[in-house]
Design a protein around this ligand. Structure first.
Ligand SMILES: *Cc1c(COP(=O)(O)O)cnc(C)c1O
Ligand SMILES: [Zn+2]
Length: 483
């Protein structure tokens, strides 16, 4: 069905290699450069056409579009012209992703920490993490290819720390044949909630011994040698979709990014790449007039990007690290696929906005866990990676690199429920040594047993109600006087 509200502009996207600079047509599915194996970003070679429209007009267009009831433009494609302006309306798959709320931290939490800040709850996406942003884009592009080429079977494949597979399986299941999802997971290294997601969506779930980096190598081998569609963030379509986070943040703050600092956890570094890329696009079109500062956050148990930027600029060289167990499990990656993208974009970012505009801080496992617990005790729904952002903000304050007058925006990348197992381990003090986490009493919360099954035996229902109520009155010290 034609919709008069659907944008008419079409761009010309190309894969652009960060290694050799060559460009390739999007007619073919590419993950890495066929010439030099470098990673790609998607570039619109007619991007300059968009500059004919002034920034103020773009702001109006996007603000007006936010009120439309066209499903295909409700999510990440609200920013269609900046996203993938090669898709037709019929290609776009929308499952309610994007447009996630920015929630100011509770008053107590802000005053306790002495900082204005908010969480952007990307756990309120359909599969409960930000990965849906990228999958919506990647699957929409796949739908376009299937439509144009008449393929009768497409196996999508990804390695995952949990959330990528949940998102891939969800979108794959919704679209259905000819698409079928396969996900490869490190055994025992995803939470049971995350494992239940692709299983529930009916994907093929394959477990391998090892960590994420091991699974990734297997997936890459398969993608290089067989007909499968790779859905890891090597896939530049995912990065493109994840840029929507930046657009939404800018729009939420009325396109005024001055005095804003964003905190983003880094795993494979796709998300932070996309966020920087998104803001650079907005700057280029005059939609915003300054870039927000970006703070990447890494755990000391998986910190290759921190280590790189930590070194003296002349002596920097990237080397993967061997990861240790981390509660920020979704970011437990020693050899981030998108590192070359981060390096390229951070350079561009710093050129425009100064060296302080992109930084990486390192936090401890203890601080990450307590960041999550502290946030959630104050009415938030942060996962461990969201806790990592809070820990990162606290760390940046300690280091004196975050000003009291700045407003911080913390990426709560997934829903707290996906990572409740770590909360349980904290409360039960059952972390293995490797994590290096010692629970503190003030954060522990356990259910209170006031009667057990034995006490109940022989009681009538009435007696039981009274006995239970009496114990509760005693435990809580309730007052007889009513309101
Ligand atoms: C994937 C993921 C990350 C890490 O993002 P990258 O793009 O790999 O850097 C952080 N948090 C959650 C919840 C994730 O699922
Ligand atoms: Zn190349």
């Amino acid at each position: 069905m034609k919709n008069e509200n659907f944008p008419v502009y079409r761009g010309s996207l190309e894969y652009s290699c960060l290694g050799c600079g060559k460009r390739f047509s999007i007619e073919k599915l590419h993950y890495t450069c066929p010439e030099c194996r470098g990673v790609f970003l998607l570039r619109n070679s007619s991007f300059d056409d968009l500059k004919k429209t002034p920034g103020s007009k773009w702001r109006e267009i996007f603000d007006a579009r936010a009120a439309l009831k066209v499903p295909e433009l409700r999510g990440i494609f609200r920013f269609y012209e900046l996203m993938a302006p090669v898709l037709e309306q019929q290609d776009i798959v929308y499952l309610g992703e994007g447009n996630t709320p920015v929630i100011p931290a509770s008053r107590d939490l802000q005053s306790r920490l002495g900082q204005k800040f908010s969480f952007k709850n990307d756990g309120q996406n359909p599969s409960a993490s930000f990965k849906d942003r990228g999958m919506a884009c990647a699957f929409s592009y796949l739908k376009k290819l299937v439509r144009e080429k008449g393929w009768d079977q497409v196996l999508t494949i990804c390695a995952s720390t949990g959330d990528t597979s949940a998102a891939a399986a969800l979108y794959g299941a919704y679209i259905g044949p000819p698409i079928k999802s396969v996900v490869i997971l490190p055994q025992g290294r995803v939470t049971s909630q995350q494992l239940s997601q692709p299983l529930g969506s009916g994907a093929w779930v394959i477990e391998l011994p090892g960590v994420f980096d091991d699974c990734m190598k297997v997936v890459e081998y398969l993608a290089d040698n067989f007909r499968v569609a790779l859905l890891n963030s090597k896939n530049a379509w995912r990065i493109l979709g994840q840029e929507s986070y930046a657009f939404e943040v800018a729009q939420w703050y009325d396109w005024d990014m001055s005095g804003k600092s964003l905190f983003v956890p880094i795993g494979n570094a796709g998300n932070i790449t996309a966020i920087m890329g998104g803001f650079l696009k907005l700057m280029d079109l005059g939609i915003i007039d300054s870039l927000p500062r970006i703070f990447g956050v890494q755990s000391s148990h998986a910190d290759p990007v921190f280590q790189y930027y930590q070194a003296n600029p002349e002596k920097r060289s990237f080397s993967p690290v061997k990861v240790k167990a981390s509660v920020a499990q979704a970011a437990m990656i020693g050899n981030p696929v998108s590192f070359p993208r981060v390096r390229a974009l951070a350079e561009e970012y710093q050129k425009k906005q100064g060296s302080g505009s992109f930084q990486v801080v390192q936090v401890s496992e203890q601080a990450i866990m307590e960041g999550m617990l502290l946030a959630n005790r104050n009415g938030h729904i942060a996962c461990t990676q969201g806790g990592e952002c809070l820990a990162g903000m606290i760390r940046a304050k300690e280091m004196g690199i975050l000003d009291k007058d700045e407003t911080a925006v913390l990426d709560a990348t997934a829903h707290a429920l996906k990572f409740s197992g770590f909360q349980e381990m904290y409360f039960a003090d059952s972390f293995s040594r490797e994590y290096g986490i010692t629970p503190r009493k003030e954060y522990i919360n356990l259910p209170v047993q006031i009667l057990n099954q034995q006490d109940r035996e022989g009681m009538s229902e009435e007696e039981f109600t009274r006995a239970a109520a009496d114990r509760i009155v005693e435990t809580l010290g309730l007052d007889r006087e009513m309101f």
